[in-house]
Design a protein around this ligand. Sequence first.
Ligand SMILES: [Zn+2]
Length: 122
Amino acid sequence: MHELSIAQALVEQVEAVIRTHHALRASLIRVRVGPLAGVVPELLAHAFPLAAAGSRMEHAELALVKAPVRVLCERCGAESEAAMNRLLCAECGDWHTRIVSGDELLLESVELETAASPSPAS
Ligand SMILES: [Zn+2]
């Protein structure tokens, strides 16, 4: 399962953040997923608890933020939002476009719990 290896990579990434901030655990993990990332958010949401079992983010909430698809038009130069199966320029309707975002899979933010105080560790 593709999403499980992504979830495992995510756990490693968050583990590094926890270590860096000397935190106890992560409480909220926000991940930005573009529709062209090749990831099914629902499958990732199911895979995450398996990957996180026994780790310091075992009870963390995973928030998947869906990113829009944006294209840059090679004809008119406009950047616009597009549907994932119809990468047309919203300005002039041309199909000579380049994807500028929508294929990302990014760890956007992590909320941490620290031993010392309830203030957020940034
Ligand atoms: Zn255009």
